[in-house]
Design a protein. Structure first.
Length: 429
């Protein structure tokens, strides 16, 4: 028996300190957000006690009557939200979702086209330090024009002709512009490549109708995280088009069978039992994203991003691609202020504005002290901030950076940020 009177005060205190940090500052990292009370309750529910290897109706453990219903609801909501034929809601993260799709479709040594990391791609799209890069041959494409953000579609076509890729990946972690899915689809179809869109960052924008849905242009698979702009728990989703069959039966490796190939790649291919508490939280977040209010939220995310981007440019910040079409901005702070991204990140931390250092295209500085920072508006929009508040944030950022060696000034700005932030409660408060 547990003694429920036991109390790990050390961890409890740290959790409370983190809660206060979130309340007293503004989260500007574009991959972070705040979840609702209902999502938090599901994450901390007794569902964490259950082991559920397999899929609804096809489990290896008993006692699944309610777990099956919860997972099926999550599946149905994800399919509805993204207009997919199939959804796998078991992926533990965006990275494991991507790994599962690779495992489902590729053989070791197969060629894959993906965006170069410094031009906005993602670690899991074949960065040399990752496991996937040791298994598959990733060929990287880039932006054609960093000033406009135009992707080099001609380069992609040339690389496809040369390497005959089994897969082409779009969807990026620090790319602030819209993607021409039609052009990519036309290239991929010419070589019978699987078309995969990693929509981890913009899944909420797609769900809210403010970004294009890759399925409308012939893409076969969408992977995404359930946090970020979807405002759910930390986890992954894999959505696909094709024929849905029994995941316990081994199908032939055709694009039409990709849903079943993916299910088998998730379990037992790359992970074991699902996290039932997280799946329930995903179902709740998907329910929230299906409501009309979510579209209003996403519209405000974009309004705030456009305003903040313009206000930063007005204050001498050099934005990569000179603006944004989505929720995030990438800023060359070295060109703007002759400071590296780590120093700027640390400076803004001192005033309770949280951003992350980030490489810029073909960065001349190393990844831990890069030339850029990345920021976005999903989390602050969840708190209720509007366009006029973006002016104040831009002012604080510029003031802190030009006074990065003045601790007294930074302390003054920090108090202003705290007083301001406390006017906007967290959704869980």
């Amino acid at each position: 028996m547990y003694n429920n009177d036991m109390n790990d005060q050390q961890i409890k205190d740290l959790i409370n300190q983190e809660k206060n940090r979130q309340r007293q500052g503004l989260e500007l990292i574009p991959s972070e957000n705040y979840v609702s009370k209902q999502v938090l309750e599901a994450i901390g529910s007794i569902l964490t006690n259950k082991y559920s290897e397999g899929y609804p109706g096809k489990r290896y453990y008993g006692g699944q009557v309610y777990i099956d219903q919860i997972e099926q609801i999550a599946i149905d909501r994800a399919k509805e939200l993204f207009q997919a034929d199939h959804a796998n809601v078991q992926a533990h993260s965006g990275a494991s979702a991507n790994e599962a799709v690779y495992h489902a479709w590729l053989k070791p040594g197969d060629n894959v086209l993906a965006m170069d990391l410094s031009h906005g791609g993602h670690l899991t799209h074949g960065a040399p330090v990752t496991r996937s890069a040791q298994l598959y041959n990733f060929i990287r494409y880039k932006m054609k024009n960093v000033e406009t953000g135009e992707i080099d579609y001609e380069q992609i076509n040339q690389l496809a002709e040369q390497y005959r890729p089994k897969m082409i990946i779009v969807g990026y972690s620090s790319y602030p512009r819209e993607i021409d899915y039609q052009k990519i689809a036309e290239i991929g179809q010419g070589y019978q490549a699987l078309l995969m869109a990693d929509m981890a960052h913009i899944a909420g924008l797609i769900a809210g109708g403010m970004a294009k849905n890759p399925f409308d242009y012939g893409f076969h698979v969408i992977t995404c995280t359930s946090h970020k702009t979807l405002r759910g728990p930390r986890g992954g989703l894999i959505l696909s088009k094709g024929i849905v069959s029994n995941p316990l039966h081994k199908p032939t490796k055709t694009i039409e069978n990709i849903p079943t190939l993916i299910d088998r790649a998730v379990f037992p291919g790359t992970q074991g039992g699902p996290h039932d508490n997280i799946i329930a939280a995903k179902a709740i977040a998907l329910f929230e994203a299906l409501q009309p209010e979510f579209k209003d939220y996403i519209k405000q995310v974009l309004k705030n991003a456009q305003t903040l981007a313009q206000e930063l440019q007005n204050r001498d910040f050099k934005l990569i691609t000179n603006g944004t079409d989505n929720h995030l901005m990438l800023i060359d702070v070295f060109k703007s202020f002759k400071l590296n991204g780590l120093l700027v990140e640390t400076t803004l931390d001192k005033i309770n504005l949280t951003v992350n250092k980030n490489v810029i295209p073909d960065d001349s500085l190393p990844p831990f002290t890069p030339s850029g920072i990345r920021l976005g508006t999903p989390a602050i929009t969840t708190r209720g901030l509007k366009e006029t508040n973006m002016i104040q944030i831009a002012n604080w950022m510029k003031e802190a950076i030009i006074n990065h060696q003045n601790n007294a000034k930074l302390a003054q700005i920090k108090q202003e940020v705290i007083d301001f932030s406390l006017q906007f409660p967290l959704p869980s408060d």
